[in-house]
Design a protein around this ligand. Structure first.
Ligand SMILES: Nc1ncnc2c1ncn2[C@@H]1O[C@H](COP(=O)(O)OP(=O)(O)OP(=O)(O)O)[C@@H](O)[C@H]1O
Length: 269
Protein backbone atom coordinates (compact mmCIF):
# COMPACT_ATOMS: atom_id res chain seq x y z
CA UNK A 1 0.00 0.00 0.00
CA UNK A 2 1.48 3.43 -0.90
CA UNK A 3 2.47 5.61 2.05
CA UNK A 4 -0.07 8.34 2.82
CA UNK A 5 1.46 11.82 2.54
CA UNK A 6 0.14 13.88 5.44
CA UNK A 7 0.33 17.67 5.06
CA UNK A 8 3.00 19.39 7.15
CA UNK A 9 2.03 21.88 9.87
CA UNK A 10 3.29 24.70 7.62
CA UNK A 11 1.09 23.50 4.76
CA UNK A 12 -1.93 23.23 7.04
CA UNK A 13 -1.31 26.73 8.37
CA UNK A 14 -1.01 28.04 4.83
CA UNK A 15 -4.42 26.62 3.97
CA UNK A 16 -6.28 27.89 7.04
CA UNK A 17 -8.02 31.23 6.75
CA UNK A 18 -6.48 33.99 8.90
CA UNK A 19 -9.83 35.71 8.82
CA UNK A 20 -13.10 33.82 8.90
CA UNK A 21 -16.42 35.63 9.05
CA UNK A 22 -19.76 33.84 9.09
CA UNK A 23 -23.24 35.33 9.08
CA UNK A 24 -21.97 38.69 10.34
CA UNK A 25 -24.64 41.21 11.26
CA UNK A 26 -23.89 44.78 12.32
CA UNK A 27 -26.53 47.31 13.31
CA UNK A 28 -26.25 51.00 14.08
CA UNK A 29 -29.23 52.28 16.05
CA UNK A 30 -31.22 49.23 15.02
CA UNK A 31 -30.44 49.88 11.37
CA UNK A 32 -28.87 46.73 9.93
CA UNK A 33 -25.85 47.73 7.81
CA UNK A 34 -24.27 44.28 7.42
CA UNK A 35 -26.59 41.36 7.01
CA UNK A 36 -25.29 37.78 6.98
CA UNK A 37 -21.80 38.50 5.60
CA UNK A 38 -19.39 35.60 5.02
CA UNK A 39 -15.70 36.16 4.28
CA UNK A 40 -12.52 34.10 4.39
CA UNK A 41 -9.04 35.56 3.91
CA UNK A 42 -6.19 33.16 3.24
CA UNK A 43 -2.51 33.77 3.89
CA UNK A 44 -0.75 35.50 1.00
CA UNK A 45 -3.78 36.69 -0.92
CA UNK A 46 -4.68 40.23 -1.91
CA UNK A 47 -8.45 40.57 -1.78
CA UNK A 48 -10.26 43.63 -3.13
CA UNK A 49 -13.45 44.65 -1.35
CA UNK A 50 -15.84 46.45 -3.67
CA UNK A 51 -19.27 47.99 -3.28
CA UNK A 52 -21.09 51.25 -3.80
CA UNK A 53 -20.83 54.01 -1.23
CA UNK A 54 -22.67 53.00 1.92
CA UNK A 55 -22.68 49.28 1.07
CA UNK A 56 -20.78 48.49 4.28
CA UNK A 57 -17.10 48.15 3.29
CA UNK A 58 -15.69 50.24 6.15
CA UNK A 59 -18.07 48.63 8.61
CA UNK A 60 -16.84 45.18 7.58
CA UNK A 61 -13.22 46.27 8.07
CA UNK A 62 -14.08 47.75 11.46
CA UNK A 63 -15.79 44.51 12.48
CA UNK A 64 -12.52 42.65 12.03
CA UNK A 65 -10.79 44.75 14.70
CA UNK A 66 -13.67 45.11 17.14
CA UNK A 67 -14.63 48.66 16.16
CA UNK A 68 -18.18 47.90 14.97
CA UNK A 69 -21.26 46.94 16.97
CA UNK A 70 -21.60 43.27 15.98
CA UNK A 71 -25.10 41.99 16.63
CA UNK A 72 -24.80 38.47 15.23
CA UNK A 73 -22.63 35.87 13.53
CA UNK A 74 -19.01 34.94 14.12
CA UNK A 75 -15.75 36.76 13.36
CA UNK A 76 -12.41 35.02 13.82
CA UNK A 77 -9.19 36.92 13.12
CA UNK A 78 -5.74 35.40 13.67
CA UNK A 79 -7.14 32.95 16.19
CA UNK A 80 -9.20 35.53 18.11
CA UNK A 81 -12.96 35.25 18.45
CA UNK A 82 -13.78 38.93 17.93
CA UNK A 83 -17.34 38.55 19.21
CA UNK A 84 -16.12 37.07 22.47
CA UNK A 85 -12.75 38.52 23.38
CA UNK A 86 -11.18 37.81 26.74
CA UNK A 87 -10.04 40.70 28.91
CA UNK A 88 -7.04 42.41 27.32
CA UNK A 89 -7.39 40.42 24.10
CA UNK A 90 -8.66 43.39 22.07
CA UNK A 91 -5.28 45.09 22.37
CA UNK A 92 -3.52 41.93 21.17
CA UNK A 93 -5.93 41.58 18.26
CA UNK A 94 -5.34 45.17 17.15
CA UNK A 95 -1.60 44.78 17.49
CA UNK A 96 -1.76 41.82 15.12
CA UNK A 97 -3.74 43.56 12.40
CA UNK A 98 -2.01 46.31 10.43
CA UNK A 99 -4.26 49.10 9.21
CA UNK A 100 -3.84 51.53 6.35
CA UNK A 101 -6.24 54.43 5.82
CA UNK A 102 -7.22 56.81 3.03
CA UNK A 103 -5.81 59.84 4.86
CA UNK A 104 -2.59 58.02 5.92
CA UNK A 105 -3.12 59.11 9.58
CA UNK A 106 0.53 59.99 10.17
CA UNK A 107 1.69 62.44 12.85
CA UNK A 108 2.63 65.34 10.53
CA UNK A 109 5.30 67.04 12.66
CA UNK A 110 7.14 63.82 13.54
CA UNK A 111 9.86 62.40 11.32
CA UNK A 112 9.13 59.60 8.92
CA UNK A 113 11.24 57.25 11.05
CA UNK A 114 9.34 58.17 14.24
CA UNK A 115 6.04 57.58 12.50
CA UNK A 116 7.13 54.10 11.51
CA UNK A 117 8.37 53.44 15.04
CA UNK A 118 4.91 54.21 16.43
CA UNK A 119 3.82 50.95 14.81
CA UNK A 120 5.83 49.19 17.53
CA UNK A 121 3.66 50.80 20.22
CA UNK A 122 0.69 48.64 19.30
CA UNK A 123 0.21 46.20 22.10
CA UNK A 124 2.99 47.82 24.18
CA UNK A 125 2.23 48.93 27.71
CA UNK A 126 3.05 52.41 29.09
CA UNK A 127 6.47 51.28 30.31
CA UNK A 128 7.57 50.44 26.80
CA UNK A 129 6.42 53.86 25.60
CA UNK A 130 8.33 55.67 28.32
CA UNK A 131 11.38 53.49 27.74
CA UNK A 132 11.65 54.65 24.13
CA UNK A 133 12.63 52.53 21.19
CA UNK A 134 15.48 50.06 21.15
CA UNK A 135 18.19 50.08 18.51
CA UNK A 136 16.64 46.87 17.19
CA UNK A 137 13.35 48.74 16.68
CA UNK A 138 15.16 51.53 14.86
CA UNK A 139 17.03 49.10 12.66
CA UNK A 140 13.80 47.33 11.80
CA UNK A 141 12.03 50.62 11.03
CA UNK A 142 14.89 51.64 8.72
CA UNK A 143 14.77 48.25 7.02
CA UNK A 144 11.03 48.69 6.43
CA UNK A 145 11.49 52.20 5.06
CA UNK A 146 14.03 50.74 2.68
CA UNK A 147 11.56 48.05 1.72
CA UNK A 148 8.85 50.59 0.83
CA UNK A 149 11.41 52.68 -1.06
CA UNK A 150 11.75 55.81 1.07
CA UNK A 151 14.66 55.21 3.46
CA UNK A 152 16.23 58.44 2.15
CA UNK A 153 13.30 60.39 3.71
CA UNK A 154 13.71 58.88 7.19
CA UNK A 155 14.65 62.15 8.89
CA UNK A 156 12.16 64.38 7.08
CA UNK A 157 8.96 65.51 8.74
CA UNK A 158 6.04 63.36 7.58
CA UNK A 159 4.13 66.47 6.48
CA UNK A 160 6.79 67.29 3.89
CA UNK A 161 6.16 64.10 1.91
CA UNK A 162 3.86 63.63 -1.08
CA UNK A 163 0.65 61.63 -0.63
CA UNK A 164 2.13 58.52 -2.23
CA UNK A 165 5.19 58.73 -0.01
CA UNK A 166 3.04 59.24 3.10
CA UNK A 167 1.05 56.14 2.26
CA UNK A 168 4.32 54.19 1.98
CA UNK A 169 5.25 55.41 5.47
CA UNK A 170 1.83 54.27 6.71
CA UNK A 171 2.43 50.84 5.17
CA UNK A 172 5.87 50.63 6.80
CA UNK A 173 4.23 51.58 10.12
CA UNK A 174 1.70 48.76 9.67
CA UNK A 175 4.55 46.33 8.92
CA UNK A 176 6.33 47.48 12.08
CA UNK A 177 3.56 45.69 13.98
CA UNK A 178 4.60 42.40 12.33
CA UNK A 179 0.95 42.01 11.38
CA UNK A 180 -0.74 38.72 10.67
CA UNK A 181 -3.14 40.51 8.31
CA UNK A 182 -3.43 43.97 6.77
CA UNK A 183 -6.65 45.91 6.28
CA UNK A 184 -6.43 48.85 3.90
CA UNK A 185 -9.57 51.01 3.79
CA UNK A 186 -9.52 52.96 0.52
CA UNK A 187 -5.75 53.41 0.69
CA UNK A 188 -5.46 55.01 -2.75
CA UNK A 189 -8.57 57.19 -2.83
CA UNK A 190 -6.45 60.33 -2.27
CA UNK A 191 -3.74 59.43 -4.78
CA UNK A 192 -3.40 60.01 -8.51
CA UNK A 193 -3.71 56.89 -10.73
CA UNK A 194 0.03 56.26 -11.12
CA UNK A 195 0.68 56.46 -7.39
CA UNK A 196 -2.41 54.36 -6.76
CA UNK A 197 -0.96 51.62 -8.95
CA UNK A 198 2.39 51.69 -7.17
CA UNK A 199 0.86 51.59 -3.66
CA UNK A 200 -1.39 48.67 -4.58
CA UNK A 201 1.55 46.87 -6.18
CA UNK A 202 3.45 47.30 -2.92
CA UNK A 203 0.57 45.90 -0.87
CA UNK A 204 0.26 42.90 -3.15
CA UNK A 205 3.99 42.28 -2.96
CA UNK A 206 3.73 42.31 0.86
CA UNK A 207 0.84 39.83 0.78
CA UNK A 208 2.84 37.45 -1.41
CA UNK A 209 6.25 37.82 0.20
CA UNK A 210 5.09 37.87 3.83
CA UNK A 211 2.35 35.29 3.31
CA UNK A 212 -0.31 37.41 4.99
CA UNK A 213 -3.74 38.35 3.69
CA UNK A 214 -4.33 41.94 2.59
CA UNK A 215 -7.93 43.14 2.36
CA UNK A 216 -8.20 46.38 0.43
CA UNK A 217 -11.39 48.34 -0.18
CA UNK A 218 -11.50 50.21 -3.45
CA UNK A 219 -13.87 52.41 -5.39
CA UNK A 220 -12.21 51.97 -8.75
CA UNK A 221 -12.97 48.70 -10.50
CA UNK A 222 -9.96 48.69 -12.90
CA UNK A 223 -7.63 49.00 -9.89
CA UNK A 224 -9.29 45.99 -8.27
CA UNK A 225 -9.01 44.01 -11.50
CA UNK A 226 -5.32 44.90 -11.90
CA UNK A 227 -4.16 44.34 -8.35
CA UNK A 228 -6.12 41.58 -6.63
CA UNK A 229 -6.15 37.80 -6.52
CA UNK A 230 -9.78 37.73 -5.50
CA UNK A 231 -12.68 40.18 -5.42
CA UNK A 232 -15.48 40.22 -2.86
CA UNK A 233 -18.39 42.60 -3.17
CA UNK A 234 -20.99 44.08 -0.88
CA UNK A 235 -24.36 45.45 -1.88
CA UNK A 236 -26.69 46.97 0.69
CA UNK A 237 -24.82 45.16 3.47
CA UNK A 238 -24.86 41.72 1.84
CA UNK A 239 -21.94 39.87 0.30
CA UNK A 240 -23.19 39.33 -3.23
CA UNK A 241 -19.92 38.54 -4.99
CA UNK A 242 -16.83 36.45 -4.32
CA UNK A 243 -14.51 35.02 -6.92
CA UNK A 244 -11.02 34.81 -8.39
CA UNK A 245 -10.38 38.13 -10.11
CA UNK A 246 -9.37 36.50 -13.39
CA UNK A 247 -12.61 34.53 -13.52
CA UNK A 248 -15.14 37.29 -12.87
CA UNK A 249 -16.99 38.74 -15.82
CA UNK A 250 -18.45 42.21 -16.34
CA UNK A 251 -22.02 41.09 -15.65
CA UNK A 252 -21.08 39.68 -12.24
CA UNK A 253 -19.28 42.88 -11.31
CA UNK A 254 -22.10 45.12 -12.56
CA UNK A 255 -24.43 43.63 -9.93
CA UNK A 256 -22.52 45.56 -7.29
CA UNK A 257 -23.45 48.93 -8.66
CA UNK A 258 -26.97 48.29 -9.98
CA UNK A 259 -29.58 50.83 -8.96
CA UNK A 260 -26.94 53.12 -7.49
CA UNK A 261 -26.94 56.82 -8.31
CA UNK A 262 -24.04 57.61 -10.62
CA UNK A 263 -23.45 53.91 -11.32
CA UNK A 264 -20.75 53.64 -13.92
CA UNK A 265 -19.01 56.86 -12.90
CA UNK A 266 -17.68 55.58 -9.61
CA UNK A 267 -16.31 52.27 -10.79
CA UNK A 268 -14.68 53.47 -13.97
CA UNK A 269 -12.54 56.32 -12.68
N1 LIG B 1 -20.99 55.10 13.29
C1 LIG B 1 -22.09 54.96 12.54
N2 LIG B 1 -23.30 55.29 13.02
C2 LIG B 1 -24.42 55.14 12.28
N3 LIG B 1 -24.43 54.66 11.02
C3 LIG B 1 -23.25 54.32 10.47
C4 LIG B 1 -22.02 54.46 11.19
N4 LIG B 1 -21.00 54.04 10.40
C5 LIG B 1 -21.57 53.66 9.24
N5 LIG B 1 -22.91 53.83 9.27
C6 LIG B 1 -23.85 53.52 8.20
O1 LIG B 1 -23.59 52.20 7.77
C7 LIG B 1 -23.74 52.09 6.36
C8 LIG B 1 -22.45 51.52 5.78
O2 LIG B 1 -21.43 52.48 5.94
P1 LIG B 1 -19.92 52.19 5.54
O3 LIG B 1 -19.12 53.38 5.91
O4 LIG B 1 -19.52 50.88 6.10
O5 LIG B 1 -20.04 52.05 3.96
P2 LIG B 1 -18.88 52.07 2.84
O6 LIG B 1 -19.25 51.01 1.86
O7 LIG B 1 -17.56 51.97 3.49
O8 LIG B 1 -19.10 53.51 2.21
P3 LIG B 1 -18.03 54.48 1.50
O9 LIG B 1 -17.58 53.77 0.27
O10 LIG B 1 -18.84 55.71 1.19
O11 LIG B 1 -16.93 54.74 2.49
C9 LIG B 1 -24.10 53.48 5.85
O12 LIG B 1 -25.50 53.56 5.70
C10 LIG B 1 -23.62 54.39 6.94
O13 LIG B 1 -24.40 55.57 7.00
Amino acid sequence: MPAVQLPTTAQLRQALPLVSVRGLRVAYDEQLVLNGVDLDLLPGEMVALLGASGSGKSTLMKSLTGFAPISGGSVRVAGHDVTNLARGELRTLRSEVGQVFQQFNLIPRLSVLSNVLTGALHGAGPINVVGGFSSAHRARAMHLLDRVGIAHKAKDAARSLSGGQQQRVAIARALMQQPRAILADEPVASLDPKLADSVLELLREIATEDGIPVLVSLHVLPLALAHSDRIVGLRHGEMVLSGRTAQLDAAQLAVLYQDEEGAGDERDH
